[in-house]
Design a protein around this ligand. Structure first.
Ligand code: GLA
Length: 385
């Protein structure tokens, strides 16, 4: 557990005492994530390469004798929400509460014995920035309940439940990446995750490089129809090839069928298939400390997300351009996450961090009229690791 998390967990404990006039039975933490490369590949059964980061959600919790769940969300306008486990309904007015409700509804299907709880939630993953504040919330809830009621819940199962809550209750057809890395990330490592069979491998981030994240502060909404539309388009191409997901289509197969596939669908599929390959190229280059190859793969990834998958914005493209100008082949930069705003991720040599920061601070706001937020991140431990 990092020092940073300790502070947040201590705050959760203090807030719990204020809310409930006694100490919490436990406090737990689940991290947000950044994806180094491999976007929009997870729901196509492809590869991704994310890291859990030192921004996350902490929950202080105690069991209850009844079925009531009482949640105080410190960073969602200090709102309180109460509901009975057997009377769960979607709340349009308190969006944050749906993550708790959805997660517990799916958890109860596997563990009907759980009872209510008093919960205090505090987190610092910027919301709507593409760093998985919602996955970290879901995984923190699952971790809290699994400890409160001694459930034999594994990290992979927790991830699947979190994803199911988003898909079936919240209404976003997301893949498995965010929940899985929040549950199973490893300190100082990125994770190669094969989204087809959910096997994973940790790969160390070289000591002289750091994860550098810049929030464009263009607000985005993942539940937005655009994300679900991209997923449908990919599934349409998979159906054309009569396979369950694009993972089972090669670039050569796709190219040879070009005239039979609508141009937009062709571009979407070309992104997914080439992006999954770039993940493996990046993993190998990371192991060989071959930063020039990583740089190239990240550049190609961004261009593909911009031109073929069409999920970037002019601000995100601008940020990537500003950072790429400084880094050249000594580091890599690209958009990260679902897109339509949010963050860019860069892999930056420690000796160049200041230079990159200066370039972002002096150029981004001038050009786009938005203040950037810079997060100097490190890879941290998942909640179930
Ligand atoms: C969001 C989803 C993930 C993944 C990314 C894009 O973060 O939650 O499952 O699809 O977008 O890579």
């Amino acid at each position: 557990m990092t020092e940073h998390n300790f502070e947040q967990q201590a705050l959760a404990q203090i807030l719990f005492e204020q809310q409930f006039q006694r100490s919490a039975e436990l406090v737990c933490h689940a991290p947000g994530r950044v994806n180094l490369i491999g976007d929009h590949t997870d729901y196509n059964d492809g590869f991704v390469l994310p890291a859990a980061i030192n921004y996350g959600t902490s929950i202080a919790a105690s069991t209850r004798e009844d079925n009531l769940v009482k949640v105080y969300a410190h960073d969602c306008d200090q709102e309180i929400n109460e509901f009975y486990l057997n009377e769960i309904t979607f709340d349009e007015h308190k969006m944050w509460s749906n993550y708790v409700k959805g997660t517990l509804q799916v958890l109860m299907k596997e563990y009907p014995q759980i009872k209510g709880a008093n919960l205090v939630v505090t987190g610092n993953v910027p919301q709507g920035a593409g760093l998985s504040s919602s996955a970290s919330f879901e995984i923190a809830i699952l971790k809290a309940f699994s400890q409160l009621y001694q459930l034999d819940l594994t990290g992979v199962n927790a991830a699947l439940l979190g994803q199911q809550a988003e898909n079936d209750f919240v209404g976003c057809n997301c893949g498995i990446m965010d929940q899985l890395i929040s549950a199973m990330g490893q300190r100082s490592h990125v994770m190669l995750l094969d989204c087809k069979d959910l096997s994973f491998e940790d790969a160390p981030i070289p000591n002289d490089l750091t994860l550098f994240i810049v929030n464009s502060n263009v607000q985005r909404g993942l539940v937005d129809s655009e994300y679900n539309l991209r997923r449908q388009q990919c599934e349409q191409v998979a159906r054309y090839f009569d396979v369950s997901a694009l993972r089972d289509v090669s670039l050569a197969q796709l190219t040879s069928a070009k005239e039979h596939i609508e141009p937009v669908l062709f571009k979407r599929a070309r992104h997914v298939i080439s992006e999954s390959d770039r993940v493996l190229v990046t993993l190998k280059a990371l192991k060989n400390n071959d930063i020039a190859t990583i740089s190239m793969a990240m550049k190609e990834s961004h261009i593909s997300l911009r031109d073929d998958f069409e999920v970037t914005t002019k601000e995100i493209d601008g940020l990537v351009h500003i950072i790429d100008d400084v880094l050249g082949i000594d580091g890599g930069v690209r958009m990260t996450g679902g897109g339509f705003g949010g963050c860019v991720v860069a892999l930056v040599p420690l000796v160049m961090v200041e230079q990159v920061e200066n370039a972002v601070n002096s150029k981004y706001e001038k050009k786009f009229g938005l203040k950037p937020s810079i997060y100097n991140c490190y890879a941290t431990q998942g909640a179930f690791r």
